[in-house]
Design a protein around this ligand. Structure first.
Ligand code: NAD
Length: 502
C-alpha cells in the first residue's frame, strides 16, 4: 500500500507511516507571509481515502480491547511530548496559516488542555452499578467506543480544532481518520508522528489529505461511525445531511457572526482593548472572533475613537517577526475580505481605519490586509450579513439594551457573544436572554475550557453534541446497560410474564 514519498508533496499518514497514495491530484500550499508556494498537498482519490479508512477499521478491535490503563498511558505520553515540543508545532502553523507565532503557540496550548482532559478517561468512562434492583438482580452501565471516527478540520486552527476531538476519541478506544484543511495540512502529520512516538499502535490515528472527494468518502463509508466536522456553515449543512443519511452520528460546527454588546456603563478602555484583540487577533480568522460591535446609547463615538487609536497602533506583518497581526491565509481570501471593505464603503458605512492601505512588515507578495474598522454599519449591509472571516470590525449603533439584544438574537448564527458592562443585573439578564451558545461577560472570546463543551447554536452547529467536555465523551461512546442474575437451578422455571422488579 505504501509508495515512495516525494518531499515536495505532503501526503497521508497510515499505520504509523507516511502514505503517498496514488492520486495524481494535488493543491499548492503557500506561505501567506511571502506568497510563495512552498509545497503541494496530495488530494486523495476514492481509493486512497478507502485505504486510510480501512486501516483505521482494521486497528479498531485491538485498540478497543486495549486496557484503559494502557490507552491512558499513551495519551499521557502524547501530552508530555506535545508539551515539550509545542514550539515546533507552532512554527508549522505559522508557516502555513500565517498567524503570529505567539498566537500559534496559544492555539496549541488550548488543544493540549483537551489532551489533559482525555488523560482522565478512566474516570470519565465509569459507569453506574445498582445492586439488587429486583430480587437477585443487578444492573450496571458501560460506555463503549464507536469504531472509526472521521474528523474534518478547517484551515484556521490546524492543531487546536483536531485536538478538540481526537484526544477523546482515541482515549475512549476509537480509531481516527483526520482530514485536515488542504490550506494547512502539515500540523496533522506532525501530530500523527507524535502519536507514533508516544507508542500509539499502528492504524489508530491516521491522516487523510484531500478535498471534497476525501470528505465524501468519510461521510459515506460504511465503517465510519461518527463524523466531527468544523468549517463554514454551507459545508457543515452538507456534511450533516450526507453523513446522517448514511447512518452516522454527526456534530458539524459551522460559521459565525459574533457580536459584542457594549453598554453605556462599561469601562471603555477595557472594552476597546478586548475588542481590538478579539477583532484582529489571528487576522479575524477565528470562529469566535468578534466581528460586530453593538454600541448602546451614547458610547459609540468615544468607543470608536478608542478602538481606532489601538487598531492604528497594531503592527501587521510576518508572523515570525514579533508583529501583532499576520497575513490572511490565501490571496483569494485576502481579496474576498477586501471586497467586503469596498462594498461597505459603497453601501454608505464610514471607514474609520482602512486596512487596504496597510504597510506590512513582511515580503511584498504576502497576503496582507491591515486592521479595518467600519462605523455606522446597518444590518442590511453585506459586511454585517455575511461572515467575513478577516480583520474587519463593524460598529452598529443602537439606543437601548433591548434593541441590542434583538439584533443579536435576530442573527442566524449563534456561536459566541460578549457583553461589556459593570452592571451585574444587566449581565445576568443578557446571559438568560441571549440565544447564543457561548457567552462572555467582559470576556471577548469565551472559548470554554476543555472540561466544558464548545459549540454554538442555530446556524453555528448542526447536531446535538458540542465538542469536548462531557458532551465530547458521550459523542465518541455509546451506552450499554447490563442486567445480571445468577440463579441456582433450584430457582428455575418458565415464566412468560413481562419481567417486573420485585
Ligand atoms: P471550509 O468549510 O471551507 O472547509 C472545512 C473543511 O471542509 C476542510 O477540510 C475542507 O477541505 C472541507 N470542504 C470544503 N468544501 C467542501 C465541500 N464542498 N464538500 C466537502 N468538504 C468540503 O472552512 P474553512 O475555510 O477551512 O474554515 C473557516 C470556516 O470554519 C469559517 O466559516 C469558520 O467560522 C468556521 N469555523 C467554525 C468553528 C466553530 O467552532 N464553529 C471553528 C473554526 C472554524
Amino acid at each position: 500500500m505504501h509508495t515512495t514519498t516525494n518531499p515536495q508533496r505532503i501526503g497521508h499518514w497510515v499505520d504509523n507511516q507516511p502514505f503517498a497514495g496514488t492520486s495524481e491530484r494535488a493543491a499548492p500550499v503557500t506561505d501567506p507571509a511571502t506568497g510563495a508556494v512552498t509545497r503541494e498537498v496530495a488530494l486523495a482519490h476514492e481509493g486512497d481515502a478507502r485505504a486510510v479508512i480501512e486501516a483505521a477499521a482494521a486497528a479498531f478491535p485491538a485498540w478497543r480491547d486495549t486496557s484503559l490503563a494502557k490507552r491512558t498511558a499513551i495519551v499521557f505520553r502524547f501530552r508530555e511530548l506535545l508539551n515539550a515540543r509545542k514550539e515546533e508545532l507552532a512554527a508549522i502553523i505559522t508557516a502555513e496559516h500565517g498567524k503570529v507565532l505567539s498566537d500559534a503557540l496559544g492555539e496549541v496550548t488550548r488543544g493540549q488542555e483537551v489532551v489533559e482532559f482525555a488523560c482522565g478517561m478512566p474516570h470519565l468512562l465509569k459507569g453506574a452499578f445498582s445492586e439488587n434492583v429486583s430480587t437477585g438482580v443487578d444492573v450496571h452501565s458501560v460506555r463503549r467506543p464507536l469504531g472509526v471516527v472521521g474528523i474534518i478540520a478547517p484551515f484556521n486552527f490546524p492543531a487546536m480544532v483536531p485536538m478538540w476531538f481526537f484526544p477523546l476519541a482515541v482515549a475512549a478506544g476509537n480509531t481516527v481518520v483526520l482530514k485536515p484543511s488542504e490550506k494547512a495540512p502539515s500540523a496533522a502529520l506532525w501530530l500523527a508522528e507524535l502519536w507514533a512516538e508516544a507508542g500509539l499502535p499502528a492504524g489508530v490515528f491516521n491522516v487523510l489529505q484531500g478535498d471534497k472527494v476525501a470528505v465524501d468518502e468519510v461521510l459515506t463509508h460504511k465503517t465510519v461511525k461518527a463524523v466531527s466536522f468544523v468549517g463554514s456553515t454551507p459545508v457543515a449543512q452538507y456534511v450533516y445531511a450526507t453523513a446522517t443519511a448514511h447512518g452516522k452520528r454527526v456534530q458539524a460546527l459551522g460559521g459565525a457572526k459574533n457580536h459584542a454588546v457594549v453598554l453605556p456603563d462599561a469601562d471603555l478602555d477595557t472594552a476597546a482593548d478586548a475588542l481590538v484583540g478579539a477583532g484582529f487577533g489571528s487576522a479575524g480568522e477565528r470562529c469566535m472572533a468578534i466581528s460586530a460591535v453593538v454600541a448602546v446609547g451614547d458610547v459609540a463615538d468615544d468607543l470608536v475613537g478608542r478602538i481606532a487609536e489601538r487598531a492604528r497602533a497594531l503592527r501587521t506583518g510576518d508572523g515570525t517577526r514579533g508583529c501583532d497581526m499576520g497575513p490572511l491565509v490565501t490571496a483569494a481570501h485576502r481579496d474576498r475580505v477586501a471586497g467586503y471593505v469596498d462594498r461597505a464603503e459603497a453601501e454608505g458605512a464610514t471607514l474609520v481605519v482602512d486596512g487596504r492601505e496597510v504597510t506590512a512588515d513582511g515580503a511584498p507578495d504576502g497576503f496582507w490586509l491591515g486592521p479595518t474598522l467600519v462605523d455606522h454599519v446597518t444590518t442590511d449591509m453585506s459586511c454585517y450579513t455575511d461572515e467575513i472571516f478577516g480583520p474587519v470590525l463593524s460598529v452598529l449603533r443602537v439606543d437601548t439594551y433591548d434593541e441590542a439584544l434583538d439584533l443579536v438574537n435576530a442573527n442566524p448564527f449563534g456561536n459566541g457573544t460578549a457583553l461589556f458592562t459593570n452592571d451585574g443585573g444587566a449581565a445576568r439578564r443578557f446571559n438568560n436572554e441571549v440565544e447564543v451558545g457561548m457567552v462572555g461577560i467582559n470576556v471577548p472570546i469565551p472559548v470554554p475550557t476543555a472540561y466544558y463543551s464548545f459549540g454554538g447554536w442555530k446556524n453555528s452547529l448542526f447536531g446535538d453534541s458540542h465538542a469536548h467536555g462531557t458532551e465530547g465523551v458521550h459523542f465518541f461512546t455509546r451506552g450499554k446497560v447490563v442486567t445480571t442474575r445468577w440463579r441456582t437451578p433450584a430457582e428455575g422455571g418458565v415464566d412468560l410474564g413481562f419481567p417486573q422488579n420485585v
